[in-house]
Design a protein around this ligand. Structure first.
Ligand code: 5CA
Length: 445
């Protein structure tokens, strides 16, 4: 993409309303704009990241045996009246009515709807287990929407629902999702720590939140520092091996790790040696729940068991904050100059900077490299604008692509270009061909 044509409205000034780095940087880097409190329009650069995050989430859900579907954003109130939580859900629910004065709502979550669909379609225990998910916009009329996409009112969520015949099956589904979450976040370059958590309005009696440690997080957490050293992607996961998965969960949950609602000072002190106690703040990027028959019983989601007797199914639900993750990744990876995208979620792979747009040699060299990199499958943001180098460097730092290739008249005469990593781990002057080969090899992957 040529920057001269790209819609990238960057800001030099820091917007006043933005209190934390991710909110500031998403506005300044032209990723999004606010439409109303807690409601955002995603601009092209932001949407690229959102889609990458979504693709990783989808890939790991599919790998774990979940099947994708798509439920609507608008739901009939009647479903929630039948499950019994229409009144209990409170003012966070956006309640609306249509022209026939039928009561509707903008879905904050989908347990009720999917339980109803399931009740009308699945008859036999032989059809179990099932894991179904969708990635859809939700609305929660939060009292205090803030921190940009971190606590929005409209936000993109991946929500998955499991249906099993008995508790053992439900626990297997829960464990499978637990492992799937560890892999999902690790693939985005994040260390997400599972912590015992309260179930809130979703209900049930077993739940974990997946937390990224960050001072700006809204959740207070207490844990054994040992949990920070778990290597998730290092352990090979075979979803066909229930015992192996249960063992992985066993090791991940063996150390104390709880959110403030579940925290008990006495247990913390007796279970965790003083030098290993960690108390801090974190961002909740996902939460898993087991809630048994809470929805299946009132909504009649039953299957015929082996002897023909009706059995209400055992359920769980599993959420990931897809749009929140974009903010969380930035919180975890930025410096004073801008964003530092982890490679797997970066909106483009390479920023190609032409230091003297309009100079025949520079233009020819840059155009040639741009074509070669794109042919190799790399996403390139090509700064071909007629701007001062200082402006180009500042924008490149702000937007934060993993690789930067700088081409100027002086270097070109010596046959050299500058190749840099945004995280500063590499800053080299190299021959042009070598730079291209290196990019194709490392970033093309
Ligand atoms: N039905 C269950 C699981 S599918 C559920 O709704 N869980 S939840 O309430 O924990 O939400 C799932 C995830 O959505 C959270 O872990 C969080 O990452 C994200 N989320 C929740 N509220 C917001 C919000 N206001 N803004 C952005 N993301 C949010």
């Amino acid at each position: 993409m040529r920057l001269s044509r790209y819609y990238l409205p960057t800001l030099k000034e820091t917007p006043k309303e933005a209190e934390i780095a991710s909110h500031r940087l998403m506005l300044r880097a032209g990723m999004m704009r606010q439409a109303a409190a807690g409601i955002y329009a995603w601009l092209p650069l932001g949407l690229r990241v959102l889609r990458k995050v979504e693709a990783i989430v989808r890939d790991e859900q599919d790998r774990a045996g979940c099947q994708e579907m798509l439920m609507p954003t608008i739901q009939p109130a009647e479903l929630w009246q039948r499950s019994g939580r229409y009144d209990a859900y409170g003012p966070e629910m956006l309640r609306i009515s249509d022209r026939h004065e039928r009561e509707l709502l903008y879905g904050p979550t989908n347990e009720d709807m999917l339980t109803d669909i399931f009740a009308n379609t699945v008859r036999s225990y032989r059809d179990l287990p099932k894991l179904l998910y969708h990635i859809q916009w939700k609305f929660r009329d939060e009292v205090r929407p803030r921190f940009g996409v971190m606590r929005g009112r409209e936000f993109l969520m991946k929500d998955c629902y499991s249906f099993d015949l008995d508790f053992e099956g439900a626990k297997r589904s829960y464990d499978r999702m637990f492992v799937c979450y560890l892999r999902t976040f690790a693939r985005m370059g994040l260390k997400a720590i599972p912590m015992e958590a309260e179930t809130g309005p979703i209900g049930g009696n077993l739940s974990h939140e997946f937390i990224i440690l960050a001072d700006t997080g809204e959740t207070e957490v207490f844990c054994d520092r040992g949990v920070l050293d778990f290597d998730v992607l290092g352990s090979d996961i075979d979803y066909g091996d229930d015992d192996g998965i249960a063992a992985t969960i066993g090791s991940f949950t063996s150390l104390y790790a709880r959110t403030e609602d579940k925290h008990e000072a006495a247990a913390f002190e007796s279970e965790v040696p003083a030098d290993r106690r960690y108390q801090g703040r974190g961002i909740e990027v996902g939460q898993v729940f087991y809630f048994g028959k809470k929805y299946s019983e009132p909504m009649g989601a039953e299957v015929a068991g082996p002897d023909g007797q009706p059995i209400a199914v055992e359920m769980g639900s599993y959420g990931i904050g897809v749009s929140r993750l974009v903010g969380a990744i930035i919180e975890a990876s930025h410096d004073e100059d801008g964003i530092i995208w982890p490679d797997p979620v970066a909106p483009f792979d390479v920023q190609l900077i032409n230091l003297r747009a309009g100079d025949d040699d520079c233009d020819a060299a840059c155009d040639g490299i741009y074509a070669r990199l794109r042919e190799a499958g790399l996403d390139v943001l090509y700064d071909d604008r007629d701007e001062r180098p200082g402006v180009k460097f500042a924008d490149a730092d702000l937007v934060g692509l993993p690789w930067r290739l700088v081409i100027g008249p002086r270097g070109l005469k010596a046959g050299k270009v500058e190749l840099k990593r945004r995280d500063k781990s590499i800053e080299d002057e190299v021959p042009l061909d070598q730079a291209v080969a290196r990019l194709i090899e490392t970033a093309g992957g």
